[in-house]
Design a binder for this molecule. Sequence first.
Ligand code: GAL
Length: 681
Amino acid sequence: MTSTDAWPSIRGIAYGGDYTPEQWPREVWLEDVALMREAGVNLVSVGIFAWALIETSEGVFDFSWLDELLDLLHDNGISVDLGTPTASPPAWLFAQHPDARVVSREGVVMGFGSRGMASHSSPAYRDAVVRIASALAERYGEHPAVVMWHVHNEYGVPVGEDYSTHSVRAFREWLQGRYGSLDALNAAWGTAFWGQRYGAWEHVGAPAATPSVANPAQRLDFARFTDHQLRACFVAERDAIRARASQPITTNFMANQSWTTDMWAWAREVDIVSDDHYLWAADPEGEIGLAIAADLSRSVGGGKPWILMEHSTSAVNWQPRNIAKRPGELARNSLTHLARGADAILFFQWRASRYGAEKFHSAMIPHAGTGSRVWREVVELGGTLAQLEEIRGSRVVADVAMLWDFESFWAQDLEWRPSVDVTHAEQVRAFYERLWRDGITVDFALPGQDLSGYRLVVAPAQYMLSERDAANLNRYVEQGGTLLVSFFSAIVDENDAVHAGGFGAPLEPSLGVVVEEFLPLREGATCGVSWPAESAAPLVADAWAEDVVLRGAEAIATYVDGPGAGRPAITRNRHGVGVGWYVSTRLDAVGLATLASAVYRDAGVTPSDAPEGVEIVRRRSDAAEYTIVVNHRDEAVRVSAQGTDLVSGVELDGELQLPGGAVAVVRTSRVLAREVVAGLR
Ligand code: GAL
C-alpha cells in the first residue's frame, strides 16, 4: 500500500473519537452505540491504552471483550480505527524487564503508573510491541469493522529522548552507520573544541546532563537519533500489521506541539497522515495556532487529505488554566481543520472518564451527560459533517509557502544562542500570523523541495541551511520567485558549524547581503527602523538587530537608533527574474504588516479584504470550489458569495450573511468579503 490513495473505507467525512469502553460496564456500551448513531459517529479509535487488558501476561491474550466490542460496533454501522496499545505497556513487562524503562537526561529512571515510560531502544520492548501488533493484526485483519490501524500514540510524547544503556548503545551504532569512522565523527562534532576528541567508540555517549553546555552537534545528532529510534519502532509495528492485514496504517502526530519527531520523514512512512491538536488556552487567538498545525499536517502529506485524530470538545485538563470552549467554538475549530484539508474530525474522547488522570478532560459525552450544551453541539456537528460529504478528497488552494524544517528548529533552540528572546516557534508564529490575518493560505515546505509552484516563499527561521538547500532557494529566486528571509537564517551547516564568508553567506546570491555581526538588544529595549516610502514614523522593532553588509541589495529601511543605527535593516535584491527580501530585526505587528504588503506586491499575492477575524480558506475538486468562511468575530459579517452554503442549505445570490461565530461552506465560483455589519447577530 502506498500513501497515495489510502483512506479508510467509510462514507463521507469521518466523525467520532477515541473510545475507551474498557473503563465502563457492558450496559454503557449499548447506550454508547445508540448515542453514536444519534450523533452521526462513523469512526472510533479503540484499544489505544488497553495492552494490559489484551495481553494479560507475556504471550497470553484475552480477545474476548474486544471481539464483543468490534462486533457490536460493526452491527451498529460504526467503523473502527484499531489501536496498537504500545504507548502504555503493562506492569508485567517492566517487572520482567526493569531495563526497558526510559531514563531522563538527568539519569532519572521513569516509574510505572503513568504512560509512555518505555525505552524505544530496549530489545524487550521492541519484541513485545511486534508481538502485540502481530497478534492484533492476525485476529482482526479481516474483521469487517476495522477500517484502519492506529499504531501507538503520539510518538515522542510524553518522552522522546532516552538516556538508558540500551539507548546509548543504539546511539553509538547509529553514529557508526552515519559517520563510518571516528575521524569523521570528530570532525562533524567539532571535538577539537574543549578537548572533546574521541579515540574509541566505547567512549562516545548520549549528551546526558553536563556541567556546562553540551556539544551542540552531539545534541543535534541525538535529536536525529531519537527521531530515528521512534520511527523504527513505528516501522516494526507497521510491518508486522502489513504482513497480516490490508487496511491503511497511521500513527497520530502532534504537529506544532511535539519537537522530537520530524513529521516530514514520518509522513513518508504512514499510509495516511493523522494529527492531534489541542488549543493552547493561554492564547486568546488559539485559532491561529490551530491553523498552523492543520496546514503543517496537510503539507507533510503532500497536500493529501488527513485525519484530525484528536481534538477536544471543550477544555483539556493538562494546562495551567483549562479554558472551556465557548458555544460554537467546537464547530468552528472542527470546520477550520476541515477547511485546511482534514477529511476526518475526531475527538479525544467519546465519553469522559470517571477516574484517572484525565477525568477533568472534556469529551463528546461530558460528565453532565446528554442534557448538556456540549452534547447538543456534538450532535449538531455530526449533522453538519453529513452535509459536507462531497467536499471529501478536494485539495486546499495555497500559493505561498513557509519553510518548516525540524532539524533546523532542533539546532536553533539549543543553548548559548545570541539571544534568548528569539526562538524558532515565535518567529514562525509572527510571520504565519501576518499571512493569516491577510487571509493568505500557507503550505509549509522544506528548503530543499521544489518551490517553483509558489509565488512567495517565507523563511522565518532557517538557522540551519545546507549549501545544497541554499542553492535551491537561490535558484527559486533566480527563476522568478519572491523570497522573504528573516534574521538568524543560513547561519550554520548540517553539523551546526558556522558557514564561512559572513552570516547568511549561502543566501548571498538571492539576498545580496551578508551579516557581519549580530547586535541583539537588551530585554525590553526597542529600536526604530525608517520606512520612508510608507510612513513618516519609524517602524518599531525589538530583540535583535544586525550589522548588515550590502552586496548588491538595496537598503529599503535603515536603523534609526539602537545598536544598528545607520545600518541597513530591511533589504531587497533582484536576482535573475526574482526578488530576495531580507529583514534583519524583529518588527512589531505594524512593522511586519508594512513589510508584508511590499513583499506581496513583488510576489503578486493579493491579501483578502475580509474583515479582521474572518478566516477564508478554499478547497478545490475537479467539479467545484469550496470556500470555507469562519467568522471568529462576535458580530455578523456580510461576504460576497455566489453558490450554495452547504451548512445552512441556503442558495446565495451574491451575498452570504454569516452570524457571529458561525461557519459557512460555500460551493462557489467566487467569494469576496466585504463588510462587518454592526449589531447584526
Ligand atoms: C493527547 C493524547 C490522548 C489524551 C489527550 C488529552 O495528547 O493522545 O490520549 O491524553 O492528549 O488532551
